[in-house]
Design a protein around this ligand. Structure first.
Ligand code: ATP
Ligand code: MG
Length: 255
């Protein structure tokens, strides 16, 4: 089928020959949008970025509602690119914290990422059209039992906090007027207060089982967390006929 001139221009822009229109370099040396859109150049197919584990599992019913069935299970397969029953839809399996990055740069058109991850990423280049209400938990402050959190977290107080959620923790303690020394960790935050690395942690809590098992307790609720559908802004303009039906099917299947 012949494409319209407007679409042909968009296709040329996506075919890899596009130049970077403009590059903004942030203070930290990272590029900020707009980018050239050359990652996932095909305009006749879409790529969805997912992480293994709970996000993949909880996304399966949403995919089913959109008529999409993966041909492999990422838990048992080592494949990082997974096909589906639809020749025009593929999945890429990425680390949860990397999902917004793949979508931001157009390497994936769509993705599913936790609000926790999106707050740290900042959301540049992404639309976040839908709260999928999956992978639900809470962002909390937790301490070792017996630590006087009330005293440490008074306005003007000072506290040492270990977390992988630096932006969220910074904003939370700033709003309370508490000075915070942040220590970036990548996992097992629960250990930090037990071995004197930090007074408190900012982490995700669902049942509280891990906290209890480690003699910790949640002392403050920061916000509820769930996963959102994210969409590359250029992809939505370029291939609405492929992306919009997926958005609509997901929206209809959200519980
Ligand atoms: P890893 O556990 O391999 O270090 P990760 O923590 O980045 O990686 P997951 O544990 O799969 O990845 O979490 C993915 C997303 O699921 C998180 O970004 C968050 O939004 C949500 N999540 C994390 N922990 C829980 C939980 N206990 N209950 C519900 N949702 C959670
Ligand atoms: Mg985890």
């Amino acid at each position: 089928m012949a494409s319209s001139p407007k679409k042909q221009k968009a296709e040329r822009a996506a075919s890899g020959s596009a130049k970077v229109v403009e590059t903004n370099t942030c203070a930290d040396g990272l590029q900020s949008p707009p980018y050239s859109f050359e990652g996932n150049a095909s305009v006749s197919s879409i790529t969805l970025a997912l992480s293994k584990g709970r996000i993949f599992e909880e996304t399966l019913p949403l995919l089913a509602a959109a008529g999409i069935t993966p041909t492999d299970n990422p838990e048992t397969s080592r494949k990082l690119i997974i096909g589906t029953n639809r020749p025009d839809v593929q999945l890429v399996i990425v680390r949860a914290t990397d999902t917004p990055t793949y979508v931001q740069y157009g390497a994936a058109d769509l993705g599913i990422a936790g609000k926790d991850v999106l707050l740290e990423h900042g959301g540049a280049g992404l639309y976040q059209p839908l709260d999928l209400k999956i992978a639900r938990c809470r962002m909390c402050v937790a301490i070792r039992k017996g630590f006087d959190y009330e005293r440490a977290s008074r306005p003007g107080g000072r506290i040492r906090v270990a977390t992988k959620y630096i932006n969220t923790a910074k904003a939370h303690f700033a709003a309370k007027g508490v000075h915070v020394d942040l220590i970036k960790l990548y996992g097992s935050m629960e250990l930090a207060p037990l071995v004197g690395l930090a007074d408190a942690i900012v982490d995700l809590v669902s049942t509280g089982g891990t906290l209890r098992a480690n003699n910790l307790e949640a002392v403050e609720d920061i916000m509820p967390i769930s996963s959102r559908l994210i969409v590359n802004q250029a992809s939505l303009k370029l291939k609405p006929e492929l992306i919009q039906p997926v958005l609509d099917a997901f929206a209809g299947a959200v519980k």
